[in-house]
Design a protein around this ligand. Sequence first.
Ligand code: LLP
Length: 436
Amino acid sequence: MLILKSHFKSRNGNLIIGELDVVELAKRFGTPLYVMDEQRIREKYRKFYAAFSSRWPSVLVCYALKANSNLAIAKILKSEGAGADVSSDNEMRIALQAGVPGTKMVFNGNHKSPSELKLAIENNVMINVDSFQELEAIEAITSKLKLRARISFRVNPDVQASTHPYIATGLRESKFGFDVASGQAFSAYRRALDMNNVEVVGMHANIGSQILEPEPFEEEARKLMALVVELKEKLNVFISVMDFGGGIGIPYKPEEKELDPNVVAERMVSVVKSVTEEKDLPKPTLMFEPGRYMVGDSGVLLTKVGYTKERPGIPTWIFIDAGMNALIRPALYGAYHHIEVANKLENKNDFEYNVGGPLCESGDFLGKNRKLAKVEQNDLVAVFDVGAYGLAMSNQHTAQSRPAVVLVNRNKAEIVRKRETFEDLTRLDQIPEWLK
Ligand code: LLP
């Protein structure tokens, strides 16, 4: 059965993104092609922001650039009012180029180099400190620069969320943050109070990614607010920014249900509200760092079928022009991405296929045992929900060029990232003297 999310349509059996036919897009821009739908991104941002801002007076949504750091995408979110969650100096530069002020940015990661910290401090970016040594490094850099740093601590609240182990980050054994249960997080705040150049403004946690149930977020809010109260009572520290991280998932499989941000907001805000009222604390700014939720389902990878191969006893292989080089999630996490024949949406999905990429590696497939319309050479195959962690995690295995990215805005389409060329791939290589 054909399953399309509500922001897609079918016309004459062809997939429509925005108002444009993908058959035309493939002709105009070639394949493999990432297609991003601008209006869908705006819709998702607005839904997320409204869910929280309708329930709490001060909310800042910082788009997590790691999901998709394309400059045009960053600009769309900036134009909606989003801040930015950045995890490297280059993401910081992209966000700055998109026009996001440093004061609306947060810098995350367990290994921030001195030069990255310097860039963050110079731009007044809030730094989510991840270790004691990083805290000392920040103090040293700020005293040298004669600047102050706005900091927050990433704490690890040990929340279980059902997701792939590689992307569950809130568990106690994960590499991130200061442990809450053992008092380590509390000690970090106490240490910062003795420092001259750091201003403690926040508390941060990120419990994982691709979470489709509200309970872990509520538990996160509870555990963090308990620490807020402890800090107030024992150290008289007031936390003015509560950064709850990202993690709201999207449905990838047809049977998965969306997690409505309103449901998450209702639960989290009621925890914050009841604790602040009961303890008579000022209302903090609530901050979030969604990545996947913002851009995941706005992206489609458009690929073309080169060959098909029948094999007795197994589904017929179809070989498309993009694989684990363009989209590594299936190979890396066993992730499911929905696949349809984009020029045969009205045909019945009666045939079973394995969908292979072009690379010399058996793990190079984007889907196995998929029911699709009958596939022929030159058909277009659409791989859905690739807007987050798609191109961002792509690579050039077997010297494949990374796909181009097209942005569709209703009836308009423009390239927002060019297809890599042979020159792009070899530009950085050099021949040493002795091989010349
Ligand atoms: N904030 C922090 C500190 C994070 O580590 C992450 C994601 C986010 C925000 C955004 O999370 P989101 O809202 O997108 O779930 N490559 C994996 C996902 C890794 C997520 C890492 N951290 C994937 O392809 O599923």
